[in-house]
Ligand binder design. Structure first.
Ligand code: GDP
Ligand code: IMO
Ligand code: MG
Length: 417
């Protein structure tokens, strides 16, 4: 499989990092194509836990990573993350696109202002400066990695950004010096990532594209305006890496066995109370970037169908079948009253009014460490029969093959179906 895209099908945190790491065994290059330090990809690999925000999780596994033009880069996060990664993987090579956008203090200040301006309608962003940095890009005042290679004109460019946001009291000299100094301390190779990918693929290599966020947070197709400022669908691979879409051989859509969301915005299958608390604590469902408790809901096949169609999903990787274990019964949303298959509300007011239609299924006994060991030794057949029925049900209703099943947090806690 020469090129595989990993995309989130829900509202983020589906387990994309783990999936990318799993698929990166034997790959030659792992590439991040979208998002920025708003992402938090936790992987357990070689007995250690890593929380990755910018460096592709798959890079820790295959040793060569790249950050494409579609990524918003925070130099401090990148610097810290690279240091930590190289403690365990000293040979890690990281390529950085000169076209990637740089997040500055100015964008974080602008975001604080924009979020507080919205008051109760605040998006609940990660406050990493993503939205304003995206605005700067399309407003044609943004700072790119290539600009850091031309320190003489850096201050002038920063002044333009300050003027753009109409901010006062920003010391652009200090900011320019700080950025230059930090950048020169980071051991990355600035190179056109599109050409690198082309070289790897034409010489028979395998490349993993690791997405950030999820389809429902996409700036075009997500639950706008409660979205992020990136293209989070598989279309983001082509834009964020500079390769034609037809160069992606397989699109793996990642979904949890239930649904979570951090931040504000409508969430049709959201649940509160005992079951939600139980899933949250069993799954340690707290944001990897901000530590906020994640909102919990049942699996939503109406939403997943919309997402799977948008992405052209070839295969599903369903994570956390172990987290959902131990419940007597569980629900799955199979559609919204009055909506066709694959149809999804356009506005948040419409989405907040939908009435999910639920199917009730039997739960399965707890998947603890012993049971997990048995499943990993014996394969898919060792999953509890109710869990297998759940997976069959999801596959039939979604119309996409559920190929991989996550049964634990470690990179290797996977059974193929
Ligand atoms: P991402 O942002 O999509 O990469 O997902 P996060 O890393 O934010 O959240 C997913 C969490 O679930 C991580 O802590 C993973 O280690 C964990 N995880 C992934 N797959 C599984 C699974 O199948 N079972 C369990 N128990 N945890 C999983
Ligand atoms: P990963 O890659 C979950 C959410 C924020 C907020 C909205 C906008 O780990 O799946 P932003 O800071 O991007 O402007 O915030 O998007 N959000 C995420 N939620 N996982 C993520 O990334 C997210 N990245 C952004 O909570 O609701
Ligand atoms: Mg995450």
């Amino acid at each position: 499989m020469p090129s595989i895209a990993v995309v989130g099908l829900q509202w983020g945190d589906e387990g994309k990092g783990k999936v990318a790491a799993y698929l990166a065994r034997g790959a030659n290059l792992a590439v991040r194509y979208n998002g920025g330090p708003n992402a938090g990809h936790t992987i357990m690999y070689s007995g250690k836990t890593f929380r990755m925000h910018l460096v592709p999780a798959g890079g820790l596994v295959c040793g060569t990573a790249a950050i494409g033009a579609g990524v918003y880069v925070d130099l401090k996060t990148l610097s810290e993350e690279l240091k930590e990664s190289r403690e365990v993987r000293p040979d890690l090579r990281l390529y950085l696109s000169p076209r990637a956008q740089v997040i500055t203090e100015i964008a974080r200040r602008a975001e604080e202002f924009l979020e507080s301006m919205r008051g109760e309608r605040a998006i609940g962003t990660t406050r990493r400066g993503i939205g304003p940095t995206a605005v700067e890009r399309f407003g044609r005042v943004g700072l790119r990695v290539a600009d850091l290679l031309e320190p003489d004109s850096l201050q002038e460019k920063l002044r333009d950004i300050v003027t753009f946001w109409n901010l006062k009291g920003v010391d652009t000299r200090a900011l320019a010096d700080g950025l230059s100094e930090l950048f020169s301390s980071i051991e990355v190779e600035v190179t056109e990532v599109n050409r690198l990918i082309r070289e790897r693929l034409t010489s028979g290599g395998t490349v993993i594209f690791e997405g950030a966020q999820g389809t429902m947070l996409d700036v075009f197709y997500g639950t706008y305006p409660y979205v992020t400022s990136s293209i989070t669908t598989s279309a983001g691979v082509s834009i964020g890496c500079g390769i034609p879409s037809r160069w992606i051989d397989v699109i793996v859509g990642v979904a949890k066995s239930y649904t979570t969301r951090v931040g504000a915005g409508p969430f049709p299958t959201e649940i509160h109370g005992d079951i939600a608390d139980r899933i949250r604590s069993a799954g340690v469902e707290y944001g990897a970037t901000t530590g906020r408790p994640r909102r919990i809901g049942w699996l939503d096949i109406a939403q997943l169908k919309f997402a799977a169609d948008l992405n052209g999903t070839d295969e599903i990787f369903l994570t956390r079948v172990d987290t959902l274990s131990g419940l007597d019964r569980l629900k799955v949303c199979v559609g919204y009253e009055g909506y066709e298959d694959g149809e999804f509300p356009v506005t948040v007011s419409e989405l907040s009014r939908v009435r999910p239609v639920y199917a009730e299924l039997e739960g399965w006994p707890p998947i603890d460490e012993t049971k997990r060991g048995e499943i990993l030794r014996e394969g898919y057949g060792a999953l509890p029969s109710q869990a297998r029925r759940y997976l069959d049900f999801v596959e039939e209703n979604l119309g996409t093959h559920v190929k991989y099943v996550g049964v634990g947090p470690r990179t290797e806690d996977v059974v193929e179906r």
